[in-house]
Design a protein around this ligand. Structure first.
Ligand code: ARG
Length: 459
């Protein structure tokens, strides 16, 4: 049955139906569709637009549909165009004429705008929860590792020593911003489009404030054409999801590197690794690789949505039906990535000795050796040159700066004294970095306190 059959004389072609329909995917928000209809009919009754008997019949009917879908008793049969037609047709089948009054003062255009918004809002809250779970996990790792030394890298070359807490703390900040980004989107999107009608509002005395309130919105949207045309919040959500996916991908990339035989900084738990069908020795970081790989489809959704929207004249156009599959996919993908990633890092072991040894062996204390000279009156540019010579000497002998004898130091610069060893020890190098945001344990502990507090405040 078609909702709009009245004006048409020919049967719809099957191919056209298949191309046009959205029930196969918008059934995903049946719950939000019914929730929206319930609010709409309550408002219609309050305004005296439908009788309270009809209201009751409609509410009971909708409740029955909801329960039957959830119990698997009601199938989404193909002849219906979309979830809105499906629910309405079912309602009329169940309760007769009263069901025909539900759509009074409403269009599928404001209905779909509402459903999509409700769906995105629900999912946004779930994603927010998953990001917070990840933040809590990162915080645990940080708290335990303020004195776990490791090399910090630039250009993937060992640069200066940091701690595991500090490195993981960088991701805490990224995912924290992701969380606040989600909150910002929520604040902007949380206005109700219901009552915008097809594009120009309606002639019925709808109480839009009331439906907005029933559905947990801050208030109604303020321009009916914008209300049915707006998918900005979808684009914002996809953008936030893309950034989350990008952060997850970067972290995954590091874990993949850290998990190699060459690094062995971490060991991914068996549960999050897989074997090779041919090479018995392999333990592959598949989950990290998949999380890295899936960022592509999330970005794809964002670009696709931006492209779909860019040429659409006001107000509703069917192009906008294209918002659903890719948004659903991006949401499900990011939710999966977040859950798996959190599971993977919470079961991963850190080879702290190997990390520390790596920090010792890569001349990560070279800057500190130069600073030692500067503190003894040598101009920085000269100090840089002297330490360059030390490094050359060590590379030749395949040793670390700490392994040089004092005579060897002095041969290159007489300024060096016995206290050079202490000055360039890993512990000193890290501890002396005490400015806020630096890896020194004292600075780090303060930041960890702030992380805890900020995470609390997000809840
Ligand atoms: N399935 C449609 C969509 O997802 C619902 C709105 C249809 N409205 C219309 N006037 N054809 O956008």
């Amino acid at each position: 049955m078609k909702l709009w059959g009245g004006r048409f004389t020919k049967e719809e072609n099957q191919l056209v139906h298949n191309f046009n329909e959205s029930l196969s995917f918008d059934q995903k928000f049946y719950h939000q569709d019914i929730q929206g209809s319930m609010a709409h009919v309550k408002m219609l009754a309050k305004q005296g637009i439908v009788s309270s008997e009809d209201e009751k019949a409609i509410l009971d009917g909708l409740q029955g549909i909801l329960e039957d879908i959830e119990a698997g008793k009601l199938e989404f049969t193909k002849e219906h165009e979309d979830i809105h037609s499906f629910v309405e047709a079912n309602l009329i089948e169940r309760i007769g004429d009263a069901g025909k009054r539900l759509h009074t003062g409403r269009s599928r255009n404001d209905q779909v705008a509402l459903d999509m918004k409700l769906y995105c809002r629900d999912e946004l809250k779930e994603i927010d929860g998953l990001v917070k779970d990840l933040l809590a996990e990162l915080l645990k790792i940080m708290e335990k590792n303020t004195e776990t030394y490791m090399p910090g890298f630039t250009h993937l070359q060992k640069a200066q020593p940091v701690t595991l807490a500090h490195h993981v703390g960088a991701y805490f900040e990224m995912f924290y911003r992701d969380c606040t980004r989600l909150h910002d989107i929520y604040e902007r999107m949380n206005y109700c489009p219901l009552g915008a009608g097809a594009l120009a509002g309606t002639t019925y005395p709808l109480d839009r404030e009331y439906t907005a309130e029933l559905l947990g919105f801050y208030g109604p949207t303020l321009n009916s054409m914008d209300s049915v045309s707006d998918r900005d919040y979808v684009i914002e959500l996809l953008s936030a999801l893309s950034i989350i996916a990008m952060h997850l991908s970067r972290f995954s990339e590091e874990i993949i590197i850290w998990n190699t035989n060459e690094y062995r900084f971490v060991e991914i738990d068996d549960a999050y690794s897989t074997g090779s069908s041919i090479m018995p020795q392999k333990k592959n970081p598949d989950i990290a690789e998949l999380v890295r790989g899936k960022s592509g489809r999330v970005y794809g959704a964002l670009v696709s949505m931006l492209t779909t929207m860019k040429g659409i004249p006001l107000a509703y156009n069917k192009d906008m039906q294209e918002d659903k599959e890719l948004t659903f996919d991006a949401i499900d993908t990011v939710k999966g990535c977040l859950a798996l990633f959190t599971g993977m890092i919470s079961t991963m072991t850190f080879n702290k000795d190997i990390m520390e040894a790596s920090a010792k062996n890569g001349f990560t204390n070279a800057t500190d050796a130069a600073d030692y000279l500067v503190n003894h009156g040598v101009p920085f540019r000269d100090a840089h040159g002297i330490v360059g010579q030390l490094v050359l000497f060590c590379i030749d002998k395949n040793i670390a700066l700490d392994d040089m004898t004092l005579d060897e130091f002095k041969a290159i610069s007489p300024v060096f004294e016995e206290d050079i060893y202490q000055a360039i020890s890993l512990k000193t190098c890290v501890e002396k970095r005490m400015t806020i945001g630096a890896p020194g344990p004292e600075a780090m502990k303060k930041v960890i306190e702030s992380c805890k507090k900020r995470l609390e405040e997000l809840k």
